[in-house]
Design a binder for this molecule. Structure first.
Ligand code: MRU
Length: 512
């Protein structure tokens, strides 16, 4: 593979490799007009959301130079018209319009400034890719505690789809660089075969072990236990965490959830579209029928057959284990909003000055009085962590109800952490600070084995002192903390900060 940048500016032209001809032919395109660029984008010679962002920005530069004289007199309309046509060339990947807008923001300063913005955006994407893929690699190692991972990916999210190492494929490269990839399963990605043509080409070049499978074989690979995690990119992520990506992503997420395999989306922040509230509001590109009725120019069906050919689908956020960007780790399925949170909110009562004056006691008796809500809460906590824990560790006293429910929902062993003197030995114990004085918690020594991963649960997270002490008991056993799960978090008391860097899932957050 050559190391050319995905898209380069060369003396008034955009230079790129035609992605439709790969892997067999390396056709270099020299694009000098906005019409040529729109054509290259529409026929997927340039594709992949971040690459579209760079192309859109460079396209505005192309137009700005071309309309130079008129534009110098303040008549920037032709450039704006070109920009609007470019942004509409493919409707789903938000990065295209984002790149166009960023370049347009410098239009008043002249064509050189527009080009400088486009070039900066391309360089930024390289850094963004590295940050997101290294964060994603850390997460995957945490979610899949195997020395070498078996990763399934869909479509192509590598170098040519971005301005750098790639997003989902960037994480694969990162892990492979540390000898932590056993196998990559690359789906073919019908109808245009981005997986078979581009992902396989890139994996082969990097000498990363891989196997190609038809899209419909992915469920079998997951069912057979051959896959530790599914990683994909995204074309647009709605404000609520619903993810639009290449057609076939949604069924992969459904099957991953069925088999409790983490499903991780890796994308730049620029793919998150705060203006689109949810997946239903994302415009899905419909592609020409001949992409489906033929393969490599050979007709595969009866002449005149009608076709349904959406280029993308939407994966609802509750099927997404995590979204990883250059800036953050986002768990969109965390049930901190929605029906269950509302139910907990309604059922929890506040008792002022209990058990001491000045204390606002949160009484969750109403939740325990509704086994269906407690059961839903347990399933929600379990789902948020998929299978990434081996033991449920519950802390005295009200954590026991939550712990029992999560253990029943998952079939995972329940471990009790109690106040001093309640458990028979041998024991581990830890002292921790209370508001007034200190206390001791104890856990049986062999309760969580050294290779265990504990999900630590309680009813309410306040200052985090108790849960931090439980985490200490777990780590002193040599085991790992998968994270914390609580029904209610009292946000003002800093518990989440105290438990950092561990993940905390709270089903409801009280911000009062
Ligand atoms: O139609 P395509 O090939 O442009 O679709 C591309 C995808 O769906 C990718 O997964 C997405 O753009 C992310 S690329 C880093």
């Amino acid at each position: 593979m050559t190391a050319d940048p995905t898209l380069a500016w060369d003396d008034g032209a955009i230079v790129t490799v035609d992605q439709t001809a790969l892997p067999h032919r390396r056709n270099v395109l020299r694009i000098t007009t906005v019409d040529e660029l729109i054509d290259a984008i529409a026929r997927l010679a340039i594709r992949g959301a971040p690459a579209l962002g760079i192309a859109g920005a460079l396209g505005v530069a192309l137009s700005a130079y071309r309309h130079g004289s008129a534009y110098r007199h303040g008549a920037d309309e032709p450039v704006r018209r070109d920009a609007a046509r470019l942004a509409a060339a493919r409707p789903t990947a938000v990065n295209l319009a984002w790149g166009v807008d960023r370049a347009l923001s410098r239009l008043a300063e002249g064509a050189d400034a527009v080009l400088a913005e486009a070039t900066a955006l391309a360089e930024e994407d390289e850094r963004v890719n590295r940050a997101a893929s290294s964060r994603a690699a850390d997460l995957l190692r945490e979610l899949c505690p195997r020395p070498r991972l078996r990763i399934l990916t869909h479509c192509h999210t590598g170098r040519l789809a971005t301005g750098g190492v790639g997003t989902a494929l960037g994480a694969v490269h990162h892990l492979a660089g540390q000898g932590q990839v056993e196998m990559v399963f690359a789906t073919e990605t019908r109808p245009l075969l981005q997986g078979a043509r581009l992902t396989v080409w890139e994996l082969r070049d990097a000498a990363i072990p891989h196997r190609l499978l038809v899209d419909s074989a992915a469920a079998s690979a997951l069912a057979a236990g051959l896959v530790d995690c599914v990683v994909v990119g995204a074309d647009r992520i709605a404000a609520n965490g619903d993810v639009a990506n290449k057609i076939g992503t949604y069924p992969l997420a459904v099957v991953a959830a069925r088999h409790r395999v983490p499903f991780v989306v890796i994308a730049p922040e620029s793919t998150i579209d705060e203006a689109t509230p949810c997946g239903a509001a994302i415009s899905i590109e419909q592609r020409p029928g001949d992409e489906v009725t033929s393969i490599a120019g050979v007709d595969t069906t009866c002449a005149g057959t009608e076709v349904f050919n959406p280029a993308f689908d939407v994966t609802p956020r509750d099927l997404v284990t995590a979204i990883v960007t250059e800036d953050r780790l986002w768990y969109p399925a965390d049930p901190g909003t929605g029906d269950l949170a509302d139910r907990i909110d309604r059922l929890a009562t506040v008792v002022e000055d209990f058990p001491r004056p000045g204390v606002r006691f949160r009484d969750l008796a109403g939740v325990y009085a509704q086994p269906a809500t407690l059961g839903a809460a347990a399933h929600a906590l379990a789902a948020a962590y998929r299978d990434a824990f081996s033991h449920v560790v519950a802390v005295e006293a009200r954590g026991f109800m939550v712990g029992t429910a999560v253990a029943l929902a998952t079939g995972k062993p329940l471990v009790l952490v109690r106040k001093a003197g309640k458990l028979p030995g041998p024991l581990r114990s830890v002292k921790y600070d209370l508001e007034y004085g200190e206390d001791v918690l104890e856990m049986q020594e062999s309760a969580v084995p050294p290779d265990g991963r504990a999900l630590i649960v309680d009813d309410v997270l306040a200052t985090g002192g108790t849960l931090a002490a439980v985490a200490k008991l777990v780590t002193e056993s040599g085991a790992a903390v998968a994270g914390f799960g609580v029904l209610l978090e009292l946000a003002g008391l800093g518990g989440v900060r105290r438990l950092h860097p561990h993940r905390v899932v709270a089903l409801q957050t009280d911000r009062s």
